[in-house]
Design a protein around this ligand. Sequence first.
Ligand code: FAD
Length: 455
Amino acid sequence: MYDLLVIGAGPGGYVAAIRAAQLGMRVGVVEKEKALGGTCLRVGCIPSKALLETTERIYEVKKGLLGAKVQGLEVDLKALLAYKDKVVQANTQGIEFLFKKNGIARHLGTARFLSDRKVLVEETGEELSARFILIATGSAPLIPPWAQVDFERVVTSTEALSFPEVPQRLIVVGGGVIGLELGVVWHRLGAEVVVLEYMDRILPTMDAELSRAAEKVFKKEGLAIRTGVRVTAVLPQAKGARVELEGGEVLEADRVLLAVGRRPYTEGLALENAGLATDEKGRIPVDEHLRTPIPHIYAIGDVIRGPMLAHKASEEGIAAVEHMAKGFGHVDYQAIPSVVYTHPEVAGVGYTEEELKEKGIPYKVGRFPYAASGRARAMGETEGFVKVLAHAKTDRILGVHGIGARVGDILAEAALAIFFKASAEDVGRAPHHHPSLSEILKEAALAAWEKPIHL
Ligand code: FAD
């Protein structure tokens, strides 16, 4: 009998398992895939970032940025994909090492509830029981009924991480983070990329000013972006694939990437045997302590409410096991940043302007452009801005949003500021090293509080 049985070893489950072991619990983990690390390490965050990093460098050389001119540049796609696979392997093996180091027992197979206390590992027949059970089964790509996915010509994000050759024409259905990141990768490698988005703007969950700025930049880079477009069918053809739009327009491409979202994954868990059910969106309901209606069963990550982000899953994993072990645990959802790792990056943390208006919270805005930063100029990265949203009366930072080179890294400080409930004055007065991109945040904070120096 374990103190804790974790189902799923993604960034939610594996982090929870390690923290629980640190707190002295006897921990077992059931994971159906051979490699640990979940969607994020195997087919999500890590491989996509490996491709974004490598293709960004190739693209810079191709563009002849900062005076460098290279002739006869060749890209070895096989080598590039092999590099990505190596990065994934190093990361997943790293988790195996951490499991051993922390004495965590690993069960390879699919978990199915037999009761609220007992779990069967389908493939091995093992019956496991525990004082607490944590469901961290994550999510899977959403495939709408109008799309026929053959995983070759019409694909999900998983296949789009490993196309065997650069498609001449790629249509991406969905202008969210995953569609844009992978669209950018293949565009940099030479594909003609068309992004179709149903909403009136790409990145619809981010601050609207960022969406508009990002659309402009991506279009300038050569991505064809069409918003307000309703796709009615996606069909693989003998050669290539076809996309039908409302109004009768038909588009053709070598490959179509379906990136319209992800859905919580609970298949095969037999939740009903534990007395649990999913909500109307397929999520497992939890309370503020991440407890399901069965108090010794918790759930975290993509399978519950909230943004589908790796670090959100990890924070919840830690909060859940601390609640089990000590009776308290907390996640500050306002301080969870979200980053699109394109070039330039697009990132946000805290409230968007739209949310503040909707809630009727009075706020002031401080903006600072990359073009006015010495470091950004030296990098040849003058596109973009950071804006700080602070409470109109208290000056407390409520949200920070930005677009620009490595803006995600700048926002780490913004997340900390929100976590510590800092004011714009606090961040504006804190010393920042020069020359650095972090000074853009300092200046934006100064702009929100009183006045920036360099503008
Ligand atoms: P998952 O990572 O999905 O892990 C769940 C695990 O549970 C899986 O390993 C699965 O095999 C296992 N499992 C499921 N059912 C069972 C069962 N019955 N028995 C045993 N095992 C089971 N997020 C970011 O924050 N940053 C990014 O840059 C980013 N990039 C992404 C890029 C792509 C292409 C994709 C697809 C996603 C990306 N994400 C990113 C999202 C991120 O991957 C998820 O939010 C994160 O993986 C969720 O973690 P999780 O632990 O909840 O679930």
